[in-house]
Design a binder for this molecule. Structure first.
Ligand code: 13P
Length: 243
């Protein structure tokens, strides 16, 4: 059976003090959350240590938002996989569209990061998705299949999460129709050699649309930006209702 994976991506939000206050609001909401739901918070590097101390032994797993492919070296400003593992990090987001768009991430560097993450024992969350322009030009499938082909080269698919994040739906309030997200995710699944890879949807997920999104048969979870920043809102998303 495929795992349900609900992840918050804080992006560049929250100091350590804010992260601790957030946990006080979130953790009490998780007492009745079904065990089979994997709950992850992908936080800024500077929050990892304090989060790891305060999440120890609990339900919430810790994620980072990027990782370098070398174990160590002269790479100013970068963080390596063993450094993350030391802080009890379990997951790492790789190839987020904001990294691709603003920081020159390519499918080839995504692939290097994927391999390095797995090498160190981290589970990568590979982000794929098309721009509005690519969707309008009918290139959605081709773009995503290319991202998967290069990104997953040499990667162990049994230790992997994929997030389908249509770029036009990120931070815009314009959610991809849940049936359309389901369709694209089914197409992604057909490309995989391991059928049980959890595949998430991401892009303007909110408390108001989570139940409908999670009702789709191919969607195994969500990667949540803005609505993960507030504990009540993320708590409601984690505790989505099934029909
Ligand atoms: P929003 O939920 O703010 O649209 O962001 C989605 C995202 O980029 C998660 O990685």
């Amino acid at each position: 059976m495929r795992k349900q994976v609900i992840a918050g991506n804080w992006k560049m939000y929250k100091t350590q003090a804010e992260a601790l206050a957030y946990l006080q609001g979130l953790l009490p909401q998780l007492t009745d959350t079904p065990d089979e739901r994997e709950v992850i918070l992908c936080v800024p590097f500077t929050d990892l240590a304090v989060m790891s101390q305060n999440l120890h032994g609990g339900l919430v797993r810790l994620g980072a938002q990027n990782v370098h492919w070398e174990v160590e070296g002269a790479f100013t400003g970068e963080v390596s996989a063993p450094m993350l593992v030391e802080l009890s990090v379990s997951y790492v987001v790789i190839g987020h569209s904001e990294r691709r768009q603003y920081f020159g991430e390519t499918d080839d560097t995504v692939n290097l990061r994927m391999r390095a993450a797995q090498e160190a024992g981290l589970t990568p969350i590979l982000c794929v998705g098309e721009t509005k322009q690519q969707r309008d030009a009918g290139q959605t499938e081709a773009v995503i299949l290319h991202q998967l082909k290069i990104g997953l080269d040499g990667v162990d698919q049994t230790r992997l999460v994929i997030a389908y994040e249509p770029i036009w739906a990120i931070g815009t309030g314009e959610t991809c129709d849940s049936k359309e997200a389901n369709r694209v995710i089914e197409t992604i699944r057909q490309q995989l050699s391991y059928g049980d890879v959890p595949i998430q949807y991401g892009g303007s997920v909110k408390p108001g649309n989570i139940d409908e999104i999670m009702a789709q048969p191919q969607i195994d979870g969500v990667l949540v930006g803005g609505a993960s920043l507030e504990p009540q809102s993320f708590g409601r998303i984690v505790n989505f209702q099934t029909a």
